[in-house]
Design a protein around this ligand. Sequence first.
Ligand SMILES: Nc1ncnc2c1ncn2[C@@H]1O[C@H](COP(=O)(O)OP(=O)(O)OP(=O)(O)O)[C@@H](O)[C@H]1O
Ligand SMILES: [Mg+2]
Length: 329
Amino acid sequence: MNETVPALRIQNLSKRYGRTVALDGVSFDVPRNQTFALLGPNGAGKTTLMHILCTILKPDSGVAEIAGFDVVKDPLEARDRLGIVFQEPSLDDRLTVRENLNIHGLVYGVPQSLRRERIAEMLELVELTDWADKPARSLSSGMKRRVEIARALIHDSEIMLLDEPTVGLDAQSRQRIWEYVRRLQKERQLTVLVTTHYIEEVETCDQVCIIDNGAVLAIDSPGALRHRQGEQLLKFVPRTEADRIEILNRFSDRLALLQGTTEIALKADDDFIESFLDQFGNRVRSLSTEVPSLETAFLSLTGRKLRDRDADAREVTLAFGKRGGEHTR
Ligand SMILES: Nc1ncnc2c1ncn2[C@@H]1O[C@H](COP(=O)(O)OP(=O)(O)OP(=O)(O)O)[C@@H](O)[C@H]1O
Ligand SMILES: [Mg+2]
């Protein structure tokens, strides 16, 4: 393993399906041993990027490298380094859990004794040892996902690609999947590229890349994304329409969030809050402050850039739905 090259290097990657632009000049690097999240709504281009990385799909232009190996020029070298969990379920339901894992090891040329050892180790990790000889079809969706994670690591993968590993699962199963991923990442020094719809899942990732319509909207650590909102958010509802218009005009550069709510949120610090209250204290109601969450940071960064049309607005709300009880408006 060459330590000087990043785990993943993506430069100006573009891909169209007919007239649909799925990826539009995407660039980013993922350093080794990081958990890097791709966050975006349906149709953002996440799976297309994953498929290019795992050599299923060729890009129209641009470069993608896995540990320094170009996915188009050196697909075998690139693929050998990857453990992949596809968005669509991909276990053979007729085979047992162990048989599914064993076939994967065979395909990747893992010697028999090592295969046996790894299968036992990985089943232990995902807490499915007792299910090893049951047919895959008898497992729940969450358990199947766990088998797929185990399978991705039967060979010597350095980089794990997880395409929506938790979508459609209940909260407990989602949490468990993340526990395994984190444990693996730490113990095996893996690099993890994970796609998700769920904002709360990216809170613990090292970097987050927000993607929509095939383009990168922001890349940063969750903390830094939050920080772009300033220290605090000052939230309130103006008393009259005239108050609203005046406040919006006056503080347009501080506006943090306006979507689907009568509430205004301004980026603030203590000094600003003091002077705002002096001037507008009696012209607003429901005044509160909060530390910016990743969700408000996300909406503020991308809200107006995410697809504007009504139908799509509904989709965005679903995809980036609010966390239970928080910031209910
Ligand atoms: N095989 C295909 N043929 C035609 N269009 C496609 C194909 N695969 C994807 N697309 C289109 O490309 C765009 C990106 O799709 P992609 O599956 O990469 O998005 P995604 O971010 O993975 O979405 P989701 O969250 O729903 O999985 C979408 O507009 C999609 O309709
Ligand atoms: Mg997808």
